[in-house]
Each structure stands twice: as C-alpha cells, then as structure tokens.
Ligand binder design. Sequence first.
Ligand SMILES: Cc1ncc(COP(=O)(O)O)c(C=O)c1O
Length: 401
Amino acid sequence: MGYLDAGGGRRAPASPVYLDHAATTPMLPEAIEAMTEELAELGNPSSLHNAGRRARRVVEESREQIAAAYGARPSEVIFTSGGTEADNLAVKGLFWARRAADPARRRVLTAPIEHHAVLDSVGWLQHHEGAEVGRPALDDVGKIGPEALREAIETDPGAVALVSIMWANNEVGTIQPITELTGVAREYRIPFHSDAVQAAGQLPVSLADSGAAALTVTAHKIGGPVGAGALLLARGTDLVPVLHGGGQERDVRSGTLDAPAIRAFAVAVEIATARRADETKRVAGLRDDLIAQVLAAVPDAARPACALVAAPTRSPFRICFCRPAGAGVAWKTPHPAVNVAVSTAAAPSAARARAGNAASPATRASPARLANPARPADRERFSANSSTGFPLMAFFLTELE
Ligand SMILES: Cc1ncc(COP(=O)(O)O)c(C=O)c1O
C-alpha cells in the first residue's frame, strides 16, 4: 500500500485520506438508517400516552443493548449528550458526593494525559470548589502503574475524593491497566472513574469486570451520532447531579431523552462489539504496515528522523510518531495536494489553538510530553489524520529536541 512514495516524497492518493477516527468516525449506514427512522417518529419518552410509551420502548431497548455490550445492568446506563457531559458528571458528581459525606475528601487523582473533559472539570473543581489535584506518576509512554497510584493515594488516603484515569489515550493510544488500578482504589474504598471513550467498541470494556465505579462512553467514536453518550454508573455509587430538571435519568441526569440518537448509539455499539475482534486484527495489520512504510520513507535515514512512540500495551487503532528537531522531515502543515486531513493537535486542543488559547492544559498533555516528560511542551507537533481503510486510527507526529 503506497501511503507515501518510497523515497519520502508524498503523493496525492486517489481517494481522500482520513486518519482522524480518534476525533470522530463516519456514521455506520445502519446507525444512520435507525436514526432516520426514529427521527420521523413523534413522542417524548417521558410522556405517558402511546406516542411517549413507544419512544420509551425504543430508549429502554437501546439501554439494554448498550448495557449488555458494556458489561452493565440497564439501570447502570445514564444517557448523556456525549463523553464531555458524562466526564463532567462523573468527576464533579463523585467529588461533590464524596465531599458531602466527608469534607476532608478534596483530592482528585488524575493524569495530565486526560481529555479536556476530565482535565477541565478537575480544573474547575480546583478553582471553584477547593479541590486539590494529585498526579500519579506516568512512565514515558503515559502509563500509570498500580504502584504509582498507590503512592499517590498514600500521600493522604483520607483526603482522596476520587480517581479519574482514562482507559485508552486518544493521542498515543496507551492502554492503562484499569483492573489493577481499580483494585488499588477499591482497597481504599475510593471511587474510580475512567474515561473509556477511546476504548469502548475497540477494546473489551466491561463495567462489571473493570471494577470501576463509573465509565464514560460516547457514540461518535464508534460509528454512532455526535451528541449521544452515557455514563455507566455502578449500582450503589453516590453521585450529585450536574444538570437539574425533569430528573429523567434516575434523577442523576435531567433532559428530554434523544430517542433517535440513543437508538443509533445502540446500533453502533452492537455492530462495533460484533466486529471488534476482526477489526482489531485487521487494523493492527494496517497500523504495522503504515508504521513500517513511514519509517522506511523518512528521507533522513542517517538520524532517527521519525521515532515511534508506543507503549507495549497500546490500542491497535493509534499511531504516534516523534520527529527530532532538525531531522529534515518536511511534515509541517496540512497540504491540500496530499489529500490527507492533518491537524496540529487532538481536536479539542486544535479548537483551543484556533481560539488563541494554545497554552492550555491539553498542550501539557501532548505526545511530546509523554515521550519526554522532562522537556518543555512547546515543540512542534503534528497530527496527520488519514483514510479509507483505517478505521479509528489517529496518527501524530511531534517534534522532539
Ligand atoms: C478521551 C475522550 N474523552 C472525551 C471525549 C469527549 O466526547 P464527546 O465528543 O462525545 O463530548 C473525547 C472526544 O474527543 C475523547 O477522545
């Protein structure tokens, strides 16, 4: 497969190359069909008349499908407007509930590699609610071992409100040892939240088996629509709501349920789950092929012009490269002639950069940071988002010193 010409020159592929499935995926035709069908129907799932009951049935069947795919009970699925809302609900809701039970609990243990939805929720708690932040040590590919978490808890176990550590990283693809981490948190009876947005549908994700108190999932990373997600909340976990209103979701989340999007979400989850094993094998092969070709194609062969950053346990759907400064690789900005969608950061960081806020916490959580935690994070970084045949793959290049 010719992703790049052999000598390092790039060619424009016949079809557009899209390698940004970590930002969002195309909707599956089956999900579009289900959503379109449901959009034509009338009824608020909370209404007691026939139209409402029909919509309620759709929501509850979808809830059962999603619960079954993610190792949860139906009652443990709290529908939200996506991953961001679910992360906010988990982080703030668990914090408030734990602090209400014991005012000494004000520490949130989390990592700088988290998505903004977690990073900024924690930051908000810090600035407005007196939260303190503890950071378990990361290794050089962004992994947190159980001993690192234990050490962070041991600083002051009685002060920890919650732990929030993502399941799989959206940029580097590092997979955290979630069951080992939840095991440590459970010893101290500390609720553990994991943002599983980049893992669900791609890796086996089960609320019950993970031992987590809460998991965040979303639809648009697995062929579902943008604007539908869920917090999987283990039974018996106390959580203070963020949104107040009709109390539609067990009083934990208010807002009229979006039956069409929820239906499409369930369809996408079912298909992703059914195809996961085959897709993992197929995409891992494509990933390895692409890595080999990129490394072979980099012209400055005398120097380590293109260093692969890879954890031994990483998602098959992610690639991350680091480019040493001055290595002579001409990858800088997207060029329309290459027909490859390219951005300079993960989607939220790119959005912030556009808004003139590039020096945000996300910048500190960049792959450059992961590859070289001791170095400043102000180096060039690049993410090529590419194509047909590479579902759910993100591709980053970061300049190193
Ligand atoms: C790891 C992670 N968490 C949360 C989100 C936010 O999800 P949503 O776009 O559904 O709000 C994303 C999306 O980029 C993500 O990659």
